[in-house]
Write a protein that binds this ligand. Structure first.
Ligand code: ARG
Length: 462
C-alpha cells in the first residue's frame, strides 16, 4: 500500500498491505456506487439549501458526481483497493474532477450514515424488482391453473395418496404463497424506507442540516428519530433476509414436487428439452437440474439470514466494523432470489408438460375415495366415526381381494350397509370426489374457478 489513506494524517505509518486488503470492502460494495452517488447528490443539495456551502459549490459537487456516474457506466471508472470502500472511492474521484470543493462533500456526514443510506436505497430498488418477479411467477401459475381446472392429480398427506385434487387447486396453493411473499416484501419495504442520513457518525452533527430535506429528495418515507439507532440498525436487513428465505422455502418446495413428479416413480410431468439437462455418462437421462439448483441455493439464503442475526446479536451501539459484513449476504440473497424466481418462472412457462393420461389413471388406482364413502354414509345418517370404521374394514377386505372400491358390486355394498344405493359409484368417481369438495377454499371446481378469478384480479390490481 503506497498511497496514504484518507484518514492517514493521524497515523505514523502506512497500513500493512494484507491488512488493507482485509479491511477493504471496495471489492463488493462497488455494487452500491449508483446509490452512493445519488445519496451524495442529495446531501450536496441539502448542504447548499441550508447555506452550509454556497449554491455554486452545491452545483459543482452535484455535476461532478454526475460525471462519476457516467464514467462508471462507461467502464472508465474502476476504483481499486487503495480506495478502501465505495464511499472513499467516489469522494476521491470527485476531488480529482472538481478540485478542492470536492473536499466539502463530506461536511456534516459520516460513512456510517452514508453506508446505511446506500444500502437502503439499493434494497428498495431490489425489493421492487423482486415483487415484480413474484407477480410474473404468479401470472404463469395462473395461466397453467386456468387450463387445468378439471385436470385431476393425486393429493397427498405424509406423501401418501390422500384425496384427489384439481391440478389448478394445487398450483394455486403456490400462488397464495407467492402472494404472501409479495405482501411481506411491501411490509419490509416500509422499514427499509427510513433515512439514516444526517445521523452522522453516531451522535448527529454540529451543522444546521435538514434531514427531512434529504429524506424527501431520496423519497424516504421518514427519518430515523435516534441517531445511534439510525447508524447501527440492521433490522431492515434481517427482515429482508427473512422474507427472502421464505420465498426460497416456497420455491424449494415447488422444486421438490417437480423433481418428484418428473421421476419414473410418479411420471406426472415430462421435462422439456429447453429446461432439462443430460448426463455425461448415462445416455437415457434427463435431469431436473433447474429445480434441484433452486432447492440447493435455498441453503445459502438461509445462511445469510443466520449470519446477519449473529453479526447483530452482540453489537454494542453504535456503528461497528462488523456491519460491513452485512452487504455480501444481502447482495448474494438478492441475486439468488432473483435468479431462482426467473428460472422457476421459465421452467413453469415452457419446461413442464403435465402427462394428462398418466394423471387421469393415477387418480383411479387407489383408495383416495375412501373418505367419500364414509361421507356418503354420514350424509345418510350414520355417525361419521361409525362410517369411518365401516369403510376401514371395506378397504382392508378389498385390498385382500385385490379390488378397488369402484370394483365392488352393489350387493356387496349393501351387505356392508343397507344405506348404500346405486349412486355410490357416481359418488366415488374421482371427478365427483373433487367436485364435491365445494367448501370455501376447497378443491371443488366451482371454488377453484372462483379462486382463479380472484387471483387474476389480485395481480392485475397493482
Ligand atoms: N465500508 C464501511 C461499511 O461497509 C463503510 C463505513 C465505515 N465506517 C467506519 N467508521 N469505518 O460498513
Amino acid at each position: 500500500m503506497t498511497e496514504k489513506q484518507t484518514w492517514s494524517q493521524r497515523f505514523e505509518s502506512a497500513l500493512n498491505p494484507a491488512i488493507a486488503r482485509f479491511n477493504a470492502s471496495i471489492g463488493f460494495d462497488i455494487e452500491l456506487i449508483k446509490y452512493d452517488i445519488t445519496g451524495s447528490q442529495a446531501h450536496a443539495k441539502m448542504l447548499a439549501h441550508t447555506g452550509i456551502i454556497s449554491y455554486e459549490e452545491g452545483e459543482i459537487l452535484f455535476t461532478g458526481l454526475e460525471q462519476i456516474r457516467q464514467e462508471y457506466d462507461q467502464g472508465k471508472f474502476q476504483p481499486g483497493i487503495d480506495s478502501e470502500d465505495v464511499h472513499f472511492a467516489v469522494e476521491k474521484r470527485l476531488t480529482e474532477i472538481v478540485g478542492d470543493v470536492g473536499k466539502k462533500l463530506h461536511t456534516a456526514r459520516s460513512r456510517n450514515d452514508q453506508v446505511g443510506t446506500d444500502t437502503r436505497l439499493y434494497l428498495r430498488d431490489q425489493i421492487r424488482k423482486i415483487r415484480q418477479q413474484l407477480r410474473e411467477f404468479q401470472g404463469v401459475l395462473l395461466d397453467i391453473a386456468e387450463k387445468n381446472v378439471e385436470t385431476l392429480i393425486p393429493g397427498y398427506t405424509h406423501l401418501q395418496r390422500a384425496q384427489p385434487v384439481s391440478l389448478a387447486h394445487h398450483l394455486l396453493a403456490y400462488f397464495q404463497m407467492a402472494q404472501r411473499d409479495w405482501e411481506r416484501l411491501a411490509d419490509v419495504y416500509s422499514r427499509v424506507n427510513i433515512s439514516p442520513l444526517g445521523c452522522g457518525a453516531l451522535a448527529g452533527t454540529t451543522f444546521p442540516i435538514d434531514r427531512h430535506y434529504t429524506a424527501k429528495l431520496l423519497h424516504f418515507d421518514r427519518v430515523y428519530a435516534n441517531s445511534l439507532d439510525g447508524v447501527s440498525d440492521r433490522d431492515f436487513a434481517i427482515e429482508f433476509l427473512c422474507a427472502a428465505s421464505i420465498i426460497m422455502v416456497h420455491l424449494s418446495r415447488l422444486s421438490e414436487e417437480v423433481i418428484l413428479w418428473a421421476s419414473e416413480e410418479f411420471r406426472f410431468v415430462t421435462l422439456k428439452d429447453s429446461c432439462a439437462t443430460g448426463s455425461s455418462i448415462m445416455p437415457q437421462k434427463k435431469n431436473p437440474d433447474v429445480p434441484e439448483l433452486v432447492r440447493g441455493k435455498t441453503g445459502r439464503v438461509f445462511g445469510h439470514l443466520q449470519a446477519m442475526l449473529v453479526i447483530m446479536k452482540g453489537l454494542p451501539l453504535a456503528y461497528n466494523k462488523d456491519l460491513q459484513e452485512d452487504k455480501e449476504g444481502i447482495f448474494d440473497s438478492v441475486n439468488t432470489v432473483k435468479a431462482c424466481l426467473e428460472a422457476m418462472t421459465i421452467l413453469l412457462q415452457e419446461g413442464l408438460e403435465f402427462r394428462h393420461q398418466r394423471l387421469a389413471t393415477a387418480v383411479t388406482e387407489d383408495f383416495a375415495n375412501a373418505t367419500d364413502v364414509a361421507d356418503y354414509l354420514a350424509a345418510r345418517g350414520v355417525p361419521f366415526r361409525e362410517a369411518y370404521n365401516i369403510v376401514g374394514k371395506v378397504v382392508k377386505t378389498s385390498i385382500a381381494a385385490g379390488k378397488l372400491l369402484k370394483d365392488l358390486h352393489l350387493e356387496e355394498w349393501q351387505e356392508i350397509h343397507p344405506a348404500f344405493a346405486a349412486d355410490i359409484y357416481e359418488a366415488i368417481a374421482p371427478r365427483q370426489v373433487v367436485a364435491a369438495r365445494n367448501s370455501y377454499g376447497g378443491t371443488g371446481f366451482v371454488q377453484v374457478r372462483e379462486a382463479i378469478v380472484n387471483a387474476r384480479t389480485q395481480i392485475n390490481g397493482k
